[in-house]
Design a protein around this ligand. Structure first.
Ligand SMILES: N[C@@H](CCC(=O)N[C@@H](CS)C(=O)NCC(=O)O)C(=O)O
Length: 216
């Protein structure tokens, strides 16, 4: 019998973060592929345990291991899964290049603009500078969403057939889009189409099931 691939996740996070931790995207990819995995559950209070930093240099989740490779960074893990198992990363060069371009853009261009607008009020809502900072950062986030909306148009998925780029984009829109998404009905429909996929629902159920401990 071969060992199942392993991904790391937390055994507890506060309620607001449940469904938003990034092991979600790896679980979703596995569910799309119809493949099984095992989880190694870590305490959300860092440091996570002896040796983990050698696996994940930033002490975060998810990390990933299979019989051949050990990895960290959810985007890299998704590319690896796509390369190993197809389906969620097209084989044909032009389609693959488009999916990979969007994968990088979502992580490097879209998410960094959206993230502070969504997270500053959550984590620094009590600070005197938060409102001003969010007001300053919001135009770039809105501009990025406008470009994503224009690129998607009336298509079902961002880069042709459903791919790892959609797993990441749906995750980012769902986690960080906030009230800015309402300006783009195609992005709202896109996010809802993504989270209506049976694989997303399976991944979410398993992610939530793994919260098995109380706060440290
Ligand atoms: N860029 C990383 C981000 C990973 C990340 O932010 N993980 C969070 C959970 S969503 C984490 O482990 N946070 C705890 C910490 O940073 O100490 C990825 O996509 O894998």
């Amino acid at each position: 019998m071969t060992d199942l691939p392993t991904i790391t996740a937390f055994s507890w996070v506060p309620d607001f973060a449940r469904g938003q931790v990034r092991d979600m995207v790896v679980r979703w990819a596995f569910a799309e592929l119809g493949l099984d995995y095992r989880t190694e559950l870590l305490n959300a209070a860092s440091p996570r345990g002896e040796g983990y930093i050698e696996w994940h240099p930033f002490d975060q989740v998810p990390a990933y291991r299979d019989e051949q490779v050990e990895m960290f960074e959810s985007g890299a893990i998704l590319i690896h899964l796509g390369e190993m198992h197809g389906h969620i990363l097209p084989h044909e060069p032009a389609a693959r290049a488009k999916a990979l371009s969007w994968t990088a853009a979502i992580l490097n261009t879209v998410e960094p603009a959206l993230r502070p607008v969504s997270l500053l009020p959550l984590f620094h809502g009590d600070k005197p500078w938060t409102q001003e900072a969010v007001a300053a950062l919001r135009p770039l986030a809105e501009q990025r969403l406008k470009r994503v909306s224009a690129a998607l148009g009336e298509d079902a998925w961002i880069a042709g057939d459903f791919s790892i780029a959609d797993i990441l984009l749906v995750f980012v829109l769902r986690s960080f889009g906030g009230d800015m998404l309402a300006a783009h009905s195609n992005l709202v429909a896109y996010r809802d189409r993504g989270i209506a996929r049976p694989a997303f629902e399976q991944a979410l159920a398993r992610h939530l099931d793994d919260f098995t401990t109380e706060p440290a």
